[in-house]
Design a protein around this ligand. Structure first.
Ligand code: ADE
Length: 315
């Protein structure tokens, strides 16, 4: 069932109390929560090593159990930057495609709200749909298409939890403009605009997964206005905005989703295809896995530096 459980507030409160009980006073009220997407767990290294506290998700009451082996997940607390800003990092997340309810997918977001964060930075790895995007580019999200939500699979479905927010929250300006402005300023300040990798502003399409999109689905998403596509982030953003938490979100483009129409409606062309042309067609647009990993590693470092700079400028 996709209904938010009626006792979500009580469960999140219990979990927040447990987490607080494990933290020294200086870390009990993180200002910012940072959700680390696939390959972006290195953000943990930007935290000051002293006083770092790591809680395995498996030890935290009510937290969703990860179904991905070896990616159990950690809730990490520490300080970041010269002002020693207290932060909470979620390394590993619960995805809807794993079979979790929307309630569990967004549970950690609510715990962060009860820990009194004012800002959440959400990161993910995504497929690029915009023709101008390259593997390794970073996209600062300025909007989303909640495909699942538009047809009823929505984290706020069910009785409204008034303690968190209103029944009908607006999402027209969900992605905080001041934080986006600061992002572009930080990018420039770090000199990252002098390199090949680009920082874009774009729209994220949330799909349920776990299969990747067909070519036709990629073209559809592009026509609808999406720049990147992925299987996370949007439920967390909605629940954060419902609870009045300010959000900033980044996608790392790890592959170019294939927009090429392929064999559609051209029988003669297929008939005349040589074996090598056929292979070339099949490989076109398919990212080389090693290239993707390398691009991801380098880009992740830039994203870490960017997040750190934004936080240093912010607090
Ligand atoms: N995550 C990374 N690449 C993706 C893609 N092409 N589609 C959906 N989610 C993704």
């Amino acid at each position: 069932d996709n209904l938010a459980a009626p006792n979500a507030y009580a469960r999140a409160s219990e979990t927040a109390d447990y987490v607080r009980s494990k933290l020294p006073e200086a870390l009990q009220k993180p200002k910012v929560a940072i959700v680390c997407g696939s390959g972006l767990g290195g953000l943990v290294d930007t935290i000051d090593a002293e006083h770092k506290v790591e809680l395995a998700y498996s030890t935290i009451p009510n937290f969703p159990r990860s179904t991905v082996q070896g990616h159990a997940g950690n809730f990490v607390f520490g300080t970041i930057g010269p002002q020693k800003t207290p932060v909470a990092l979620l390394v590993g997340r619960a995805h809807f495609y794993e079979g979790h309810t929307m309630d569990l997918v967004t549970f950690a977001t609510r715990v962060c709200k009860l820990l009194e964060v004012d800002t959440m930075i959400v990161t993910n790895a995504a497929g690029g749909l915009n023709e101008n995007y390259e593997v390794g580019d970073i996209v600062c999200l300025n909007d989303h298409l909640n495909l699942a939500g538009l047809v009823g699979v929505h984290p706020l479905r069910g009785p409204n939890i008034d303690e968190f927010g209103v029944r009908f929250p607006p999402l027209s300006d969900a992605y905080d403009l001041d934080l986006r402005r600061r992002t572009h300023q930080a990018w420039k300040k770090l000199g990252l605009d002098q390199q090949k990798r680009k920082l874009h502003e774009g729209v994220y399409a949330f799909v349920g997964g776990p299969s990747y999109e067909t070519r036709a689905e990629c073209r559809m998403l592009r026509i609808l206005g999406a720049d990147v596509v992925g299987m996370s982030t949007v439920p967390e953003i909605i629940v954060a905005r419902h609870a009045g938490v300010r959000v900033l979100a980044f996608s790392l483009v790890t592959n170019k989703a294939v927009l090429d129409a392929g064999s559609r409606g051209n029988d003669q062309a297929i008939h005349a295809m040589s074996k090598s042309e056929l292979e070339e067609h099949l490989n076109k647009g398919k990212a080389n896995h090693q290239e993707v990993l390398d691009a991801g590693r380098e880009a992740a470092k830039d994203m870490q530096a960017l997040v750190k700079q934004i936080l240093s400028d912010l607090y």
